[in-house]
Write a protein of this length. Structure first.
Length: 83
């Protein structure tokens, strides 16, 4: 036992260590009892408290490019790809 450490401080450390071990054992038993040991990914279950959001938005728009615009766009993509 170290000489410079008060006895109450050593007792406090021991009590905290025992409490941590007891907490871990109780937590593991509770997880084992409820079957929460390995969380599974549920893709079908949504959050029931939130209302379902409609997938409504503006209609998609598209514009036909001229051949010159297509060439310019392809050149821009090549420049960006090269760094």
């Amino acid at each position: 036992m170290p000489e410079h450490v008060p006895t109450l401080q050593l007792i406090g450390v021991a009590v905290l260590a025992v409490a941590a071990v007891v907490w871990a054992v109780v937590l593991l038993r509770l997880l084992g009892r409820t079957g929460l040991q390995a969380p599974t990914r549920r893709t079908t279950a949504l959050l029931p408290a939130l209302p379902r959001q409609p997938r409504v938005g503006p209609p998609l728009e598209s514009v036909e490019l001229t051949p010159a615009e297509q060439d310019a766009f392809a050149g821009l993509i090549r420049q960006l790809a090269d760094g």
